[in-house]
Design a protein around this ligand. Sequence first.
Ligand SMILES: *Cc1c(COP(=O)(O)O)cnc(C)c1O
Length: 410
Amino acid sequence: MDDRTRRFETVAVSEGEHPDGDGVGDVVSPIHLASTFALPGLDTSMRLEDVDPAAGEFLYSRLNNPTRHALEKRLAALEGGEFGFAFASGTAAISTLFLAVLEPGDHVVAFDDLYAGTRRMLEVLFRDRLRVDISFVDATEVENVTDALRPETRLVWMETPTNPTMKLCDVRAIAESLDEDTVLGVDNTFASPYFQRPLELGADVVAHSTTKYLNGHSDSVGGALVTDDEAVAESVQFLQQVGLGNQVAPFDAYMIMRGTKTLPARMRTHEANATVIAEYLADHDLVTAVHYPGLESHPQHDLAAAQMDGFGGMISFELAGEMADAKAFLEGLEQFTLAVSLGGVESLVELPAAMTHEPIPREERLASGVTDTLVRISVGIEHVEDLVADLERGFEAMTAAADAPLVAED
Ligand SMILES: *Cc1c(COP(=O)(O)O)cnc(C)c1O
């Protein structure tokens, strides 16, 4: 069947899995734990490149594995790309892409509002150790990206929407401004392929932390790359199979594939709940700002509406007051769990200034919009009225703490 004629929900449920594929009739792909595979006979003319997983040929599980292969096919189809690769983490996927395209002396233009781990990877590993020069720019304006380009710029690295301030960049406009030799990579973790497909917008490579929405149940760590670029795919494949050996394990491949089946249904509920909550927060007296691309008040709402098929389940908002007030708010919550990470069925909350973005110097943090009272929530798929009631509990705890008589200090 031609993948491109089937709709997203259908591909999410079935691509890569064949009920009749192994003669038993499993309707889901088995977890193939074998490290090695029996060969039909000694073929002295066989080369590694000739082993074809698509034809059911496997040699050794680091090189390829049937469960991982099924997942990689599905991820490629969901992002609308030709080549998919699954890794042990989102971090492994991203570092593998960087190593696949960069050499010492190259230059990278990156969004200045990146996932904190990716930013540290770029600074500590690529800039300080591998002599790759990096310009961090405010990519909400396309000109800031194009102004930073140099003849030796090999990679432009973007996230949209960003974490945690929910800024966007215009992927199509950036893609159109780059020459053929410059690779445009987009980390699509926050939107998921259900709401945004960067390859269709002109990106060369898409990256995911499958730990988040693709797996969707906070019970597996993994990552993925999808590309249409044959040269990039060849280089990534060499690193995944031979250079680094950082592929996803069969059990996690199965878990991620299982998660993808419900991605559309989950994303629709994440978004419906997030829309109600964003509007509730925008009306609240103790909230000074709400960052959600679905709100008309978001400065890039029009771009979000044009570039994305939906606005997702991530919201950040600023509370009135100081960090102590934010702490009181968080302590009042019972349904939202205080935890880093995102994209699971359960609602999570975190305070970036004290958690994910704590290592960033305060001035730099404030400049990128991460204030002391900025709260990030990953809105789950619970009943939205229970979530709103929980936020109400947080505001009550915040008010009670502010009204409490001050304890004398002497
Ligand atoms: C979590 C995350 C990563 C890192 O992924 P891991 O699976 O934790 O290694 C990268 N980018 C974004 C946007 C993320 O949210």
